[in-house]
Design a protein around this ligand. Structure first.
Ligand SMILES: Nc1ncnc2c1ncn2[C@@H]1O[C@H](COP(=O)(O)OP(=O)(O)OP(=O)(O)O)[C@@H](O)[C@H]1O
Length: 289
């Protein structure tokens, strides 16, 4: 069964001239008097993988929520696939932060993946068989066909994560948002998930924003890094951002970045997250698609 999806990205030059899938201009996000980031200019083009790094509470998930139309920018503009952010956007696939799956849930893997089509152009007005074919194709894409009919709660963490990636891809997104998809996975599962994401963006030109605390598993695939720290940020290639000078300047204190082969270690970055009294601003309580 084949999946008719976006045309492959031929090479990096083509990526460089393609219209951005995601574009932020002079964007800021604040909760009350607390500004998470401001003056953010970011363009993500088809097939590009941008890793979003930074300590706890620096606004990584909030950035994804803004892209998903769940959180309004405080200033600036954002375009997603040529339009303003909107909830339930079919052009976005979303792998949310892992949540514990209730051991009593009867939800099967294929049911979870099917939820990725709810309210979607593939979900409306198409016969059930066509939609289930679509689900089967997405499961095959991530190598999860063998456990398609198993309850989600019986799967290992890595298998569950494959299912979540299938759910995010089933709607053929042009932008994939991943929120810490490697959390609590062993090295082999981390590799599986990063390779799946990499293959998707290479074969289908899907742009990727990849939020992670674990840079090393994703490092071979990263085109650029957006590093958030203390209300400021730095964007550039891995070499431009992940070096002692750049991160020391960003944090305003001495930070050592050690490179050993293809591994990076950031030492001395302050863990402290400055909390100003900020009112809780809930644009939306729902978890995104
Ligand atoms: N709706 C909200 N109203 C007020 N403050 C919020 C709201 N949502 C998030 N925050 C605060 O904004 C900060 C950034 O949160 P966010 O979840 O974006 O951080 P993060 O970088 O993803 O952190 P982590 O790495 O811990 O997941 C946190 O201090 C959080 O408490």
């Amino acid at each position: 069964m084949s999946v008719a999806m976006a045309r492959p990205v031929a090479d990096r030059e083509e990526v460089a001239v393609a219209d951005p899938v995601l574009e932020l201009r002079d964007a800021s996000l604040s909760y009350g008097s607390r500004t998470l980031w401001s003056g953010l200019d970011l363009q993500v083009r088809p097939g590009e993988l941008v890793a979003v790094l930074g300590g706890n509470g620096t606004g990584k998930t909030s950035l994804l929520r803004a892209v998903l139309g769940l959180q309004q920018l405080s200033a600036g503009t954002m375009q997603v696939a040529g339009h303003a952010p909107r909830r339930g956007d079919a052009s976005i696939g979303y792998v949310p932060q892992q949540r514990r799956i209730d051991s009593h849930t009867p939800l099967r893997v294929r049911d979870l993946v099917r939820q990725g089509l709810d309210g979607h152009r593939w979900g409306i007005g198409r016969p059930g068989r066509v939609r289930w074919d679509r689900v089967d194709a997405a499961l095959a894409q991530v190598g999860a066909s063998a456990y398609a009919d198993m309850p989600l709660s019986l799967l290992s963490g890595g298998e569950q994560q494959r299912a979540r990636v299938a759910q995010a891809l089933v709607g053929d997104p042009s932008l994939l948002l991943c929120d810490e998809p490697l959390l609590s996975l062993d090295q082999s599962s981390q590799r599986t998930v990063t390779e799946l994401v990499d293959r998707r963006r290479r074969e289908h030109g899907t742009a990727v924003l990849f939020v992670t605390h674990e840079i090393n598993p994703v490092l071979p695939y990263v085109d650029r890094v957006l590093y958030l720290a203390g209300g400021r940020f730095r964007i550039g290639t891995v070499d431009e951002v992940l070096n002692s000078e750049a991160l020391s300047a960003l944090y305003g204190t001495r930070v050592e970045v050690l490179r050993h082969g293809d591994q990076v270690l950031v030492a001395g970055a302050p863990h402290h997250v400055e909390h100003h009294a900020a009112p809780c601003v809930h644009e939306d309580e729902d978890v995104a698609r």
